[in-house]
Design a protein around this ligand. Structure first.
Ligand SMILES: *[C@@H]1O[C@H](CO)[C@@H](O)[C@H](O)[C@H]1NC(C)=O
Ligand SMILES: *[C@@H]1O[C@H](CO)[C@@H](O)[C@H](O)[C@H]1NC(C)=O
Ligand SMILES: *[C@@H]1O[C@H](CO)[C@@H](O)[C@H](O)[C@H]1NC(C)=O
Ligand SMILES: *[C@@H]1O[C@H](CO)[C@@H](O)[C@H](O)[C@H]1NC(C)=O
Length: 341
């Protein structure tokens, strides 16, 4: 009998925070990767994530989770965690066995990887929770568990059908799995969210700066707006001319920093002479409703500064020199067109 028990949890943050970011669901998931090198050597790696924040590591020898945050652990949370740990450990062992037993039947080829993502979704109101489990083979979705049943993924082919057929016969496992993802998991998640509230809801203001990227062509500029160090992840960044959004704005991926904050680069390909007057506008929940605006400074402005400062200085020096010569030759300043007395 198989005991395949995995948990992926998606939860909305509780509490009446009015920021849009906190209306979004956040997820908690346990991810397990089993690498099969040959019929005697495998490797297991596991971790747990609350949305995109890693909350736990996993000791693959004992099957225990490793807390990565100093959040208080209520014993309710600990109980829930121990259940999940037990299931995950059993699951890993079973899953490894099943895949190794079916290498030929399912046409698996060494080396290969099997990934599991397990969790539950708890709506903002706390009443509607949905749990799910997904298994991938070589990075492609293979099967998923929903409504007490294993379903093949469209891309999984006949292998996915074989896996589902086998897993669906195991009613005990499926009942256990169902209980886990619809009951233990949401409870554990709620306690985790509560314990980690301060860290999870922490806001960090972005810093921004502008630069140019590699020139896209003659007479063109690639303007790049960098936004860094913000939390939470949702952010709006747009190149603007006055109040007008520039449709050519290209948004990159939001990339993680190691400290849990984010980085985003947004670029605009422009004719160099049309770049004047552009700005990069950043909207983020940490900015308290006040957008951050970064104005593009023409590189020519250095030339303007030069003209505005150096030219008058040269003129002034010329005038001083002329006056001095005048004073020297005539002793009294009675130079033509310059009656000082
Ligand atoms: C399995 O792979 C490991 C190294 O990856 C190797 O040391 C071992 O001999 C292999 N075992 C078999 C049965 O091929
Ligand atoms: C356990 O995890 C470590 C990395 O954390 C890895 O190097 C090691 O190979 C893993 N062992 C097994 C048996 O999967
Ligand atoms: C949890 O804590 C309460 C009191 O804080 C205690 O009465 C209860 O026995 C504890 N449960 C477990 C399983 O430790
Ligand atoms: C889940 O299963 C129940 C009964 O087994 C059925 O009534 C319900 O429609 C199913 N839901 C979905 C989304 O398939």
């Amino acid at each position: 009998m198989l005991f395949l028990q995995l948990v992926l949890l998606v939860v909305l943050l509780p509490g009446g925070d009015s920021e849009d970011a906190f209306q979004e669901p956040i997820s908690f998931q346990i991810i397990l990767t089993i690498s099969f090198y040959n019929d005697s050597r495998t490797q297991n790696l596991g971790s747990a994530w609350l949305d995109e924040l890693q909350t736990h590591g996993w000791d693959n020898k004992t099957g225990a989770f490793i807390f990565l945050w100093p959040w208080p652990r209520g014993n309710r949370s600990t109980e829930g965690l121990m259940k999940v740990e037990k299931l995950l450990y059993t699951c890993t062992t079973r899953l490894r066995q099943v895949f190794q037993d079916h290498v030929r039947h399912w046409h698996l080829e060494y080396p290969f990887q099997v990934q599991l993502a397990e969790g539950c979704k708890l709506l903002r109101t706390g009443e509607a929770s949905v749990g799910f489990v997904r298994i991938a083979y070589q990075g492609e979705d293979l099967v998923s568990f929903q409504n007490m049943t294993w379903w093949p993924s469209p891309k999984g082919g006949s292998r996915a059908h074989h896996v589902c057929k086998l897993f669906n016969q195991d009613h005990v496992m499926n009942q256990g799995l169902h209980t886990l993802i619809t009951d233990s998991c949401p409870q554990f998640l709620l306690s985790l969210l509560d314990a980690g509230k301060e860290d999870i809801q922490r806001q960090e203001r972005p810093e921004g700066w502008l630069s140019t990227g590699p020139s896209p062509g003659p007479g063109r500029l690639l303007l790049v707006c960098h936004v860094s160090g913000f939390r939470p992840k949702p952010v709006w960044v747009m190149w603007m001319r006055g109040e007008q959004e520039q449709q050519g704005t290209q948004r990159g991926d939001v990339l993680p920093h190691a400290d849990g904050t984010w980085y985003l680069q947004t670029s605009l390909d422009m004719k160099a002479r049309e770049a004047a007057g552009l700005s990069c506008r950043v909207r983020h929940s940490s900015l308290g409703g006040q957008d951050m605006v970064l104005h593009w400074e023409q590189p020519h402005s250095m030339g303007l500064v030069f003209l505005a400062v150096i030219v008058p200085l040269v003129l002034l020096a010329g005038l001083v020199l002329w006056l001095w010569k005048c004073w020297k030759t005539h002793w009294r300043p009675q130079c033509t067109g310059f009656p000082l007395e």
